[in-house]
Design a protein around this ligand. Sequence first.
Ligand SMILES: CSC[C@H]1O[C@@H](n2cnc3c(O)ncnc32)[C@H](O)[C@@H]1O
Ligand SMILES: [Zn+2]
Length: 433
Amino acid sequence: MTDTLAVTDGRVLTPEFDVIRADVLIDADAGEILDVAPDLAGDADETLDATDSLVMPGLVNAHGHATMTLLRGYADDKNLEDWLQEDIWPAEAELTPADVGVGTRLAAVELIRSGTTAFADMYFHVGEVVEAVREAGLRARVGHGVVTVGKDEAAAREDFAESVAVAEEYDGAADGRIRTAVMPHAPHTVGTEYFEEFVPTVREAGVPLHFHLNETETYIEEIDAEAGVRPTAYADDLGLLAEDTFVAHGVHLDDTEIATLAERDTSVVHCPASNMKLASGMAPVQDMLDAGVTVALGTDGAASNNDLDLFDELRDAAMVGKLAADDAAAVDAETAVRMATAGGAEALGFDSGRIEAGANADLAVVDLESAHLTPEHDLVSHLAYAARGSDVRHTVCDGEVLMRDREVLVLDEEDVRERAQEHAEVLVARAEE
Ligand SMILES: CSC[C@H]1O[C@@H](n2cnc3c(O)ncnc32)[C@H](O)[C@@H]1O
Ligand SMILES: [Zn+2]
């Protein structure tokens, strides 16, 4: 085992968003950055060349459903409600644990290739997700997604209880790279009585919560009709909002809801591509940031995106943020990159998202030698507006090199793709029987 690894001869994006010439020395066993300074190669057992490249924090994909890579391109061009009910949920009813293992590995290859080192996953058969993450060397916050609507009381209670049990069982797995959360799908898909029954214990145990919030007007109206309040107030009354809660989407939030999220220190994961594709709307990102809300970025599942490249998300976040605010200065380049790195790490509770001694050794090395990254006026601008996931040449997570010179070292990519194609075909055939 390599004790120390040095990423050499590159330029490094600092937490202050300066770009400096430095090496990054990593304790590979501890998975921690030891030093950021010139000429550290001599101190290392192994080196990773970053000449003509930018060393940046690994990206954090703070909301998604990794297995949904198997449903990429299966159902497009529909609004969220029709897409879920007519296509996605019927297909997911046929999912096997093996499908989840294969789909998550496919997602892992895509994440590693595009420089993402940490992600959140809300799904089923979490044991399979955990095995895939362990093998891929990534960092993740995982949880069992609970939906109680349409279930009888016993089944609904069992589903919520499973989410709690899963969070307990897998927390700290894969040498601590896996953390967990309880993940009720959304306020409108989980009965109030189950929130009331389980949330106090979850809160007492200090387990984080993750759920979809205010993604469409329809879902907001459902809660309003049932409880007479908007979903953020409903969630707050149930004790769902806290510092270790991160919610996905927050597309339709009024000023009162934004103030509540800021007050509770609850993070919001913005998913601009999914929100555009499903025509859900434009999230008020600049308003959230101005109110002090931590905003992270997520792709959501690959069936509503349709890829897991967080560089796309970065650019979309900046573009949609300007449109939503009617202000070209809104969600600027640095803000977008921060949301995809430090913002994501904060939302998921990881000590990552910055290249600094003491932080997790999670980083991406971006190859700058290409026409679309020339000339070099401003590298942060390039990261936000011009770079692509395919520009990433090395990916390091927890001090382990997951991809070196665009070769994924931790998974057999060809085998993963072959198995994903087979599993996707069989899954869809079962769903359409
Ligand atoms: C209960 S596991 C997660 C559940 O969420 C579904 N899903 C995927 N994308 C979205 C979205 O944008 N909004 C709401 N729910 C979504 C996924 O298909 C799983 O069933
Ligand atoms: Zn989602």
